[in-house]
Ligand binder design. Structure first.
Ligand code: MSK
Length: 633
């Protein structure tokens, strides 16, 4: 089948990047393409997970001649410990993002910088948590919920409240295997404690804690981050935006927001629309102020304000290389330290804002919930005033831009289905129409595509090629994180991309008015996917692990991605990786993650690691068809 002709191909994106790399050469800038070459080949011990530097007797590296570390730990203990530490890093990171959101919720005030924009959602969650809502001022309720939410991090007893939302069968599995996460900080701290020298070296115990730590992220910290961001900034609704590097505008002041925490980007977006700031932009010769996003911040502001998405993880240097970026404003996570020296080669201001992410060669502007308004205004002003320092001879904005329809929160998906199928059952709606089209075979199933880019994989190829393959096979794709931007940049979130699908999926897209790839948000919003899977199984009348559904992170790179993978398999969804998680050095760890014992036995799902993307896609389709056959559909 011929590709849909409005698709922007990976080759075209690479041409755009090549022209930007010419800019890099002109100014003598360093880029990840070069650094990646400098770092190759990678250390074989590190890649296999068989190097231990947890104490100072080593580092110990496991070889056939030296099968144990100095303490006597074998390869399975070393690989398992490394895997658990990797997971704990991811759980801590996502969950601390969630914690910041809860602190911001505590700062909400009527008419303040932060307000409650979705009071119904706040009340719904309060009722779910058994909090009295009757006659309470909405801000008093917000503050009470913030305090209860913050206690989820350190409460001495009990389990994560949001785990009660999961499908009853999933909860039973968690309880049976002792996997239901307790306080979030406890799971992270226990992971570090277990992996300290002289504690756990049994692979099974280490992988068990990896899954529980992941679940504390997905059904704890990330879910709080998502749900209470919706409460404060609004639950995403369907909106149209644009994507790819061409969303930058040579006649405007371009401010790029990058990172994860919407508390910053919401304020920047707000002040970029301030008439005083727009007048200032015009006074320095620009036509106005253009905000665009990179990485998960792009997802956050796209799905709530329709702000365009300039690119994903490996495009963060590209936005500076255009020579038209007045400021790149970052908060936390996935920010290249390289942006410091790179921005110095141009007129770009690299503005860091969080004590969590302090980076050399940046201008640090501490951003806090209490002073958010004045901080954001000062940052926007600084960017606008920097427009005059632009060097016109360096401006090169590749002309690549696509349309994207975004904003499919679970609530939005249910409402969209309600609108078409007239099946409204309660205020939350139902996923029954979706279950029905899958049962009927019009759709064969669904894939949740998530995760980063990684120079080990030709950037965006795996995301885009796998999505195309799924769509052609009538498998709907839901996306978050940098996978979402890969889809958007290519044009796969344009409703017209239905032309690119198999007949069944095309019909559904036409009937419901959706693009074939549904944007569900940022990395923390993978928690939305867990709720979607859980609710779908409830409406279907089966268990999550029986659904023709799988997860996929074909180009992942961060610790957060491993934590995510652990909660996705921990929720009963088979997960397909295109990059190895540093576990291949141990047959025991590999079996626990990818075999029939371990996570498969505890949670009815496991990982598949396959570096050949074509094969990875075939395996997912086989999995979906096998699930259908087992259900007799
Ligand atoms: S931003 S974690 S590179 S998806 Fe969430 Fe993208 Fe991966 Fe960061």
């Amino acid at each position: 089948m011929k590709d849909w002709d409005r698709l922007i191909t990976v080759e075209q994106m690479e041409e755009a990047t090549a022209s930007l790399l010419e800019n890099a050469e002109k100014v003598g800038a360093d880029t990840w393409q070069q650094r990646s070459k400098n770092q190759s080949p990678h250390c074989g011990f590190g890649e296999a997970g068989t190097c231990c530097r947890i104490c100072s007797m080593g580092p110990c590296r496991i070889t056939p001649k030296a099968p144990r570390g100095i303490c006597g730990c074998d390869v399975h203990g070393i690989v398992g410990r490394n895997y658990l530490r990797f997971t704990a890093g991811g759980t801590a990171t996502h969950s601390d993002h969630g914690r910041e959101i809860m602190h911001t919720l505590h700062q909400t005030r009527e008419g303040g910088n932060y307000q409650v924009k979705d009071p119904e959602k706040l009340i719904r969650i309060a009722k779910e948590w058994g909090v009295e809502t009757e006659g309470k001022d909405i801000y008093d309720l917000a503050h009470e919920m913030a305090e209860i939410g913050l206690m989820e991090y350190g409460k001495p007893f009990g389990h994560q409240k949001f785990t009660d939302r999961a499908h009853p069968h999933t909860q039973e599995l968690w309880d049976k295997a002792d996997l239901r996460p307790r306080a979030i900080d406890r799971e992270v701290v226990q992971s570090l404690h277990m992996t300290h020298m002289g504690c756990s070296s049994e692979a099974e115990a280490l992988i068990h804690q990896s899954i529980r730590s992941g679940l504390a992220d997905g059904w704890g910290g990330s879910m709080m981050g998502t749900e209470f961001s919706d409460v404060m900034f609004g639950t995403p609704k369907v909106m149209d935006t644009e994507a790819n590097i061409g969303v930058m505008d040579k006649d405007m002041v371009n401010i790029i927001v990058h990172g994860h925490d919407p508390s910053l980007s919401e304020m920047i977006v707000h002040y970029a629309q301030d008439p005083e700031m727009i007048a200032l932009a015009k006074s320095v010769g620009a036509k106005g102020i253009n905000i665009a996003g990179v990485c998960c911040t792009a997802n956050e502001v796209a799905m709530r304000h329709g702000i365009p998405m300039a690119g994903n993880f490996l495009n963060q240097e590209n936005v500076v290389l255009t020579g038209a970026c007045e400021a790149i404003v970052v908060d936390i996570q996935c920010i290249f330290p390289a942006l410091g020296p790179l921005s110095k080669c141009f007129h770009t201001k690299f503005i860091t804002t969080s004590d969590i992410a302090r980076i050399p060669d940046s201008e640090f502007y501490r951003f806090s919930a209490e002073t958010a308004g004045e901080n954001a205004k000062a940052i926007v002003k600084m960017a606008v005033e920097n427009f005059v320092n632009r060097k016109p001879e360096l401006v090169n904005i590749p002309n690549q831009k696509t349309k994207a329809r975004v904003g499919y929160a679970v609530e939005t998906i249910k409402k969209t289905l309600d609108g078409v199928c007239n099946t409204h059952v309660d205020e939350m709606g139902t996923l029954k129409p979706l279950a029905d089209v899958v049962k009927a075979g019009v759709l064969r199933g669904a894939v949740a595509m998530v995760g980063c880019n990684n120079p080990k994989v030709r950037p965006d190829t795996a995301h885009i090629e796998l999505m195309k393959k799924m769509l052609k096979n009538d498998i709907i794709v839901v996306v978050t994180g940098c996978s979402a931007q890969a889809a958007a940049k290519a044009g796969l979130m344009d409703p017209d991309a239905k032309e690119f699908c198999g007949e069944g999926l095309k019909r559904v897209c036409e009937l419901v008015g959706i693009p074939p790839v549904l944007h569900m948000g940022s990395c923390v919003d993978i928690s939305r996917m867990m709720i979607l899977a859980s609710d779908l199984a409830k409406d279907w009348g089966c268990n999550i692990s029986q659904l023709p559904l799988c997860g996929c992170a074909p180009e992942w790179m961060s610790e957060k991605a491993v934590s995510i993978g652990n909660y996705v398999v921990g929720t009963g969804i088979n997960t397909y990786l295109g990059v190895d998680p540093y576990s291949k050095g141990s047959s025991e760890v590999t079996e626990l993650l990818q075999g029939e014992t371990g996570v498969k036995q505890w949670c009815e799902a496991n990982y598949t690691v396959e570096l050949d993307i074509e094969k990875l896609g075939d395996l997912m389709i086989e999995d979906i068809e096998a699930k259908r056959a087992a259900l007799g559909i």
